[in-house]
Design a protein. Structure first.
Length: 340
């Protein structure tokens, strides 16, 4: 086969990778988390397939219902939510499920009950679906508290108590990015094999980036620290280059780029949205966990996101996350001490 590249015969699939982590964990690991992650992988493959053919089989457009946030549900949102609930319940590994699409938490019946709770946004960035822009699934996983049978209290816990978190981005390829608390790895779906293959081992976010990602259409509502911080990026001291602006408006895609290229993603609270827009449990926590595990920082501007104790499952939270030095600059503006 001269000139032709031979295929690798030692491919690392997501399951193989998580299993090898489990071997390292020794006696503590039961294999339950691996099985739960297998269920999540299956849902991501299903959603990826349907996102790809959505236009052809009339899956885009409205499903004619509104979700708990008062937003119109798309057909793909409904489908993605259903597959996740069904698959996670059937895995036998979950006790409590929280979905962006459902007002109440789902408490799994005894027959299928396991030891984990999954909080998720089945299809985030849904306002982008019809335009074919990248969208994604975001998830966070808690282990139920010792002695608990699985109640809402098992998910009203700080993000620092999550045991795993990740997202799958549906774009030109499907990319699943995962942390189990031991760094961050990225896997790309090989559609022919039907497997997520390790393509981005040990993702480390650069300590400083050159990109900022905010919806500046909200600038008239922004509080002074945010306005001043953004001005410092656009009008840096002479000799320094201004930052580039990139805002897709799909959290998974904006965070994915931030993890790989560095820089900062922000959705602050402002005069109109008192707590910001993004949801704490299934948007801010998983992304903050991934960011910190990749060496970055995630803050509300005044406190570490992962330290927040949620009081309700759909609560919102201001978010700034990304490269360590960039996020530290924002914190300086919040403390009133200027910036870089
Ligand atoms: P969407 O409304 O399209 O579902 O929280 C959802 C989210 O998208 C995020 O994915 C995204 O980062 C943000 O909202 C975009 O909000 P704006 O349109 O207000 O910028």
């Amino acid at each position: 086969m001269s000139g032709e590249e031979l295929p690798s015969t030692d491919i690392i699939t997501l399951t193989r990778h998580v299993l090898s982590d489990q071997f390292r964990a020794g006696a503590v690991a039961t294999g339950d988390l691996t099985l739960l992650l297998t269920a999540i992988q299956t849902t991501s493959k299903f959603i990826a397939t349907n996102v790809r053919k959505a236009r052809l089989i009339n899956l885009v457009g409205l499903a004619g219902e509104t979700n708990v946030q008062g937003e119109e549900q798309k057909k793909l949102d409904v489908l993605s939510n259903d597959i996740m609930i069904n698959s996670l319940r059937a895995s036998g590994k979950t006790a409590v499920l929280v979905s962006e699409e459902l007002e109440e938490a789902v408490i799994i019946e005894d027959k299928y009950k396991g030891n984990y709770c999954v909080v998720f946004d089945p299809l985030d960035g849904s306002s982008n679906i019809d335009a074919g822009v990248n969208i994604g699934t975001i998830f966070g996983i808690y282990r139920i508290k010792p002695g608990s049978k699985g109640t809402i209290e098992d998910v009203l816990r700080p993000g620092s108590e999550m045991v795993a978190a990740g997202y799958t981005m549906y774009g030109s390829s499907a990319n699943l990015v995962l942390t189990t608390g031991n760094g961050v790895n990225g896997y790309t779906l090989d559609a022919a094999l039907g497997e997520f293959i390790l393509t981005h081992p040990d993702i480390r976010i650069p300590p400083r980036g050159k990109i900022y990602s905010f919806n500046e259409g909200n600038a008239m509502y922004f509080h002074p620290p945010v306005v001043n911080y953004l001005n410092s990026l656009k009008f840096p001291p002479s000799g320094k280059s201004p930052y580039s602006a990139r805002y897709i408006g799909s959290m998974v895609a904006d965070v994915h780029r931030t993890l790989l290229y560095g820089g900062i993603f922000g959705y602050p609270d402002d005069k109109k949205s008192k707590s910001g827009k993004l949801r704490l449990l299934y948007e801010a926590f998983p992304m903050a966990f991934l960011t910190e595990q990749a060496g970055g920082l995630a803050t509300t501007g005044t406190k570490r996101i992962l330290d927040i104790v949620p009081t309700s499952i759909h609560q919102r939270c201001p978010v700034f996350l990304g490269s360590r030095d960039d996020v530290q600059d924002v914190l300086k503006f919040y403390k009133g001490g200027g910036g870089a």
